[in-house]
Design a protein. Sequence first.
Length: 558
Amino acid sequence: MRRFLQNGSSLLLRPQNNILSAATILLVTYGLSHLVGLLKTRLLISYFFGSQAQLLDVYYAAFVIPDTIFQLLVIGSLSAAFIPVFTRLLSSDSKEAWKVAGNAINLILLVFLIFSLVIFVFATPASRLVAPGFTTSQISIMSSLLRVMLAAQVFFSISSFLTGIIQSHQRFIIPALAPLAYNLGIIFGTVALSPLLGILGPAVGVVIGAFFHMAIQFPLAVSLGFRPSLDFSFHRPGVRDILRLFPPRAVALGIDQIEQFVAVILASLLVPGSISILNVARLLYAIPTSLFGVTIGQAALPVLSRQAASDSTRFRTTLASSLLQVSFLALPASVLFIILRIPIVRLVFGAKSFPWSATLLTGKTLAILAVSASFAAIIQLVVRGFYALHDTKTPLVIGLVAAVFDAVLSIILARVFNQGILGIATAITITNIIECFALAIALEVRLGTSRPLESIIFKSLAKMIFISFVAGIFLWIPMRLLDQFVFDTTRTFPLLFLTMTTSFIGMTVYGLLAYLFKIPELVTFIELGRRVWTWRKLLSSPQETPTEPVILPAPDQN
């Protein structure tokens, strides 16, 4: 037993050198975090929807400004600047890499604190700007929540850099568990503190969760070599590289946040509960993006960063491999959400305080958003391909055009055509599809044409889209028949059995068709599943042997 526990601890700390191996770790742990996140949202709905829907709207609206600052300063510096520079320095001068890491954390944290102080002082006018449709009482509550949530972002700022450091060493388990700790903090705030503090309870839970998001990663980062310092040097070449790459990415993320601002502004002008319903639908829609696009993209970024400077052929093949893996998983998930939207919404959020009208509206919103879920997942990967090439300007330009397009289209559909949150969802979907194609074309131009690889990608994607469509039919027909003749779906357990049975039939059809159409990604994931299944051997085995990060079979095997 002692050896089992020791090897289990070793598994948490060992590197995952293969992209798909790392992505699987991220997928499993992110999946667990999403389940806890859905539980968190259901609890929030149970406590605050219905008669207090306006308070839940305030809670979600209060996230927008702190999250925007965090995205601009922290995520912008990490994804486009810090990880590629830090990864490159680790392979050539590890001592300098750690100094650059300390400098980068200190500089970003200092700037973040300055911005946070300004927002803290001007919380009330900032809240009016984000939610012009809120009442005076709602604005007052939103200002208080906003100030509390700013404290959480300080912890997140440190934690996110720790995530970048750990993932640059190709260790993914601990960082992927951090969101689980965050969601548990909010659950604690909702259950334990809401009876005393009302809607302020979940906000305090956000701070608690953010602290544990940082605390769970700090020991591993220190064991890898990180040491906190008060060094604010600007002169190091690595720091200058980060400062050079950071602004375009920060602006690009700021542009991406325009969608968030526009959505909240427009939804605040609608009936109470609109912001909450839109947020709930987006939470489900984001599952394919984060589980497949973000996980594979994060796992691929360190490898792509190394290959970009040394081997363009392997870079191209790795990117194509990862793109097909994202598509193979995201496409059926999107179809599943479109067909089973109502059962899923009922199962996940069907509290007594969540009425049938809200369920229907959430289901419609989810279906519209799910159409573009696969495109959003691919965007996560393609953008990281640009970052690995140290190109942050191209995503910036495309993102700017997409953000303006989304904002204008949202206003037209939501206000001119009176489509409400369905109009906002439609604008998001159309924008995602257009942006995905634009980024893919721009990256192809940047890398140059590779006809054999393009042919492989096109044929594989065409097969995946077709079998996803067929699987959708085998989802819809059993759902209708079982709903009418077998299960009493007014009850929770029959509804659960209906959803599970229908999902099993549809996904089995997808797997069988993938086998018949000889889609190589199926074999890849089957082999990976066999490795995961033999977890006892994994716990007793030595450190994973580094493998070729290219997962896509050779072109002549496709």
